[in-house]
Design a protein around this ligand. Structure first.
Ligand SMILES: CCCCCCCCCCCCCCCC(=O)SCCNC(=O)CCNC(=O)[C@H](O)C(C)(C)COP(=O)(O)OP(=O)(O)OC[C@H]1O[C@@H](n2cnc3c(N)ncnc32)[C@H](O)[C@@H]1OP(=O)(O)O
Length: 132
């Protein structure tokens, strides 16, 4: 995934704050927590695109580029990169804005990923996505 001009790819889907309870044994933010935020962000977009219920079917790729610290503002951006019959792929990026006692720093990208979602019906079975 390429990001030109240091600008996040896609729209802002989710913004939250990294808290002490989300740390790993090194004191950085746990990668599983970051994945969870990405899953929510991607699901919001997938739900909007498919106009209904979705499930995550796979994580195609994920790369952690830099650690996240307690107090960082965590922003998940994304865009749909593929729409199939019942499934879709969402290209996601996590950017953080470091917030220190002396002010707010420049934002930078910490993670890139692609999550796959399937639109489902009320029985939990795949349903076709109507393409615009
Ligand atoms: C309106 C706005 C309001 C916003 C408001 C926000 C609300 C924000 C809600 C947040 C919501 C939280 C969202 C959390 C998301 C979970 O946590 S979901 C929980 C974890 N996931 C699950 O439990 C899913 C369990 N898996 C399943 O139920 C079934 O495997 C599935 C996904 C329904 C698929 O069933 P299946 O029989 O395997 O289906 P099959 O016909 O073989 O394949 C269907 C499609 O999936 C694709 N597929 C199958 N396996 C894979 C794979 N491994 N990789 C990629 N694609 C695959 C197939 O290629 C096919 O694609 P298409 O060619 O149709 O495009």
């Amino acid at each position: 995934m390429t990001t030109e001009n240091n600008i996040p790819r896609g729209q802002l889907l989710l913004r939250t704050l990294a808290m002490p309870a989300d740390t790993n044994a090194n004191g950085d933010i746990f990668g599983g927590w970051i994945m969870s935020q990405l899953d929510l962000a991607g699901a919001i977009l997938a739900k909007e695109i498919s106009g209904g219920r979705v499930v995550t079917v796979s994580v195609e790729s994920i790369a952690f580029k830099a650690p996240v610290s307690v107090g960082d503002v965590v922003c998940c951006y994304g865009e749909c990169s593929r729409i199939g019959n019942t499934s879709m792929s969402v290209a996601l990026e996590v950017w953080v804005k470091p917030v220190a006692i002396d002010g707010v720093g420049e934002r930078y990208r910490v993670c890139e990923a692609t999550f796959n979602y399937v639109a489902i019906n009320s029985e939990g079975r795949p349903r076709p996505i109507r393409k615009a």
